[in-house]
Design a protein around this ligand. Structure first.
Ligand SMILES: Cc1cc2nc3c(=O)[nH]c(=O)nc-3n(C[C@H](O)[C@H](O)[C@H](O)COP(=O)(O)O)c2cc1C
Length: 403
């Protein structure tokens, strides 16, 4: 879901970081949101309303009494239109006004009339941020249910380093998306564990056996679950992909370590999605030192032993977790998948044909069939792993009992 089609009112106030607000607005629009901007008179001294008008293709509210608005009562119209309000950058002044309920210009009046979620992104000089009055005002806003994003530490416009910098625009967009999901997402308050990547079974300190799984599907699922407000634990055997900040990523190597880590977090999960490609076998022993090539070992034998069956092992401790598995097959896709569904007592199995080069392992697209006990298999069309993950998370959310 994310911010798609959401109405976001962005309130721009008179700080030196105003220019970054334009990037934040673009970030929201890129997420599919509809954005309207209101600016204080002092903000317009830094950047003109034209910039925000051009970006949003909407009139910018700067003056309640200008009479050039398409609404007779512009502050109420904007307050009622918005699903969420983001104040960026938020000056010490607007924070003080919000904390005391002052309504003496277009921005503060509209904010007082706003009943939905408000996110404040402060930016100011370090001493202004540390001032007891600002500390008190921030505490008041938090107690009133306003969400405050903490400022960054770094080089300030004044030329010295300190706390009070506006965070990067992309971090602000991610933060707002996260806060929105936590309050409204279908998986808010739920714990979801996802595994990703091909496991790495060590041969010696520098070599391992693995497979072609890139982890893209698992990471896309973790992101989609986080976008629906879930608390996501991602157990990953790869380090090359990045997950949203809100996702708790734990890096593991082999199947045994993946299982041990999963067991630690299993009891509190509402759903477990096993998108990792777990190796069936691992070397019997791991050499302590790098195995050397010698003159007489033209042929070498690596002895393998079976890895633990993660799904089967977890099913022993299962209470009411929804268990979702993946079946990567190169032949007899549906028959093998049906067998795995029953054998591992899964609630859902996502079967994909990894013999095709355009989908499955490593590709950005996937095409899967969703199999559930006593339900006709659902074949989904080919789509990006991002889109597919959103659909699968919807289907998994449908299986969770109401809270
Ligand atoms: C060059 C300059 C930079 C400023 N930067 C900030 C800032 O980053 N944060 C802040 O709280 N105030 C800053 N101020 C002070 C505000 O502009 C001032 O408090 C103003 O009254 C805020 O009005 P507003 O909240 O209605 O936009 C700055 C002022 C100037 C002249």
């Amino acid at each position: 879901m994310g911010l798609e089609n959401k109405h976001i009112a962005v309130y721009v106030t008179g700080g030196i970081a105003v220019y970054k607000a334009a990037e934040v607005v673009r970030g929201f629009i890129r997420q599919g949101a509809v954005v309207r901007v209101a600016m204080t008179q002092d903000a317009t001294k830094f950047v003109t309303p034209l910039t925000f008008g051009a970006l949003t293709k909407q009139p910018v509210l700067t003056d309640l009494f200008a009479g050039d608005n398409d609404q007779f009562v512009p502050h109420i119209a904007l307050a009622d239109w918005s699903d969420l309000a983001v104040i960026v950058p938020a000056t010490a002044n607007v924070i003080a006004k919000m904390a005391t309920g002052l309504a003496d210009d277009a921005v503060s009046t509209t904010l007082l009339a706003t009943t939905g979620l408000k996110v404040v992104v402060p930016a100011m000089n370090e001493h202004m941020w540390d001032a007891p009055a600002t500390t008190r005002n921030i505490a008041t806003l938090t107690a009133d249910g306003v969400v405050v994003m903490q400022p960054d530490t770094g080089l300030l416009a004044e030329g010295y380093s300190g706390r009070g910098r506006l965070p990067e625009p992309s971090a602000i967009v991610d933060f707002v998306q996260h806060v929105w999901a936590k309050q409204t997402g279908r998986l808010r308050g739920r714990n979801v564990m996802v595994t990703a990547g091909g496991t790495r079974e060590r041969i010696d300190p520098v070599r391992y056996i693995s497979n072609d799984s890139s982890g893209k599907m698992g990471y896309a699922l973790a992101r989609a679950a986080a976008n629906e407000g879930a608390n996501v634990t991602l157990i990953s055997s790869i380090i090359s992909l990045s997950a949203p900040d809100s996702v708790h990523v734990i890096t593991v190597s082999g199947a045994q370590e993946m299982l041990d880590t999963m067991k630690t977090y299993f009891a509190q999960q509402d759903a477990v999605i096993m998108a990792a490609a777990v190796a069936d076998f691992k070397p019997v022993s791991v050499a302590e030192q790098k195995i050397k090539k010698t003159a007489d070992n033209d042929l070498m034998t690596l002895q393998l032993t079976k890895n633990p069956d993660i799904l089967k092992t977890l099913s022993v401790d299962k209470t009411d977790q929804i268990m979702v598995g993946f079946a990567a097959e190169t032949e007899h896709l549906l028959t093998n998948a049906q067998h795995k569904l029953i054998d591992k007592k899964l609630d859902m199995l996502i079967a994909n044909d990894v013999s095709r080069k355009d989908i499955g392992f490593n590709a950005d697209q996937n095409q899967v069939t969703v199999i559930r006990p006593n339900v006709e298999p659902v074949q989904l069309p080919q789509m990006t792993k991002t889109k597919l993950s959103e659909q699968l998370i919807e289907m998994i959310a449908d299986l969770l009992p109401g809270k």
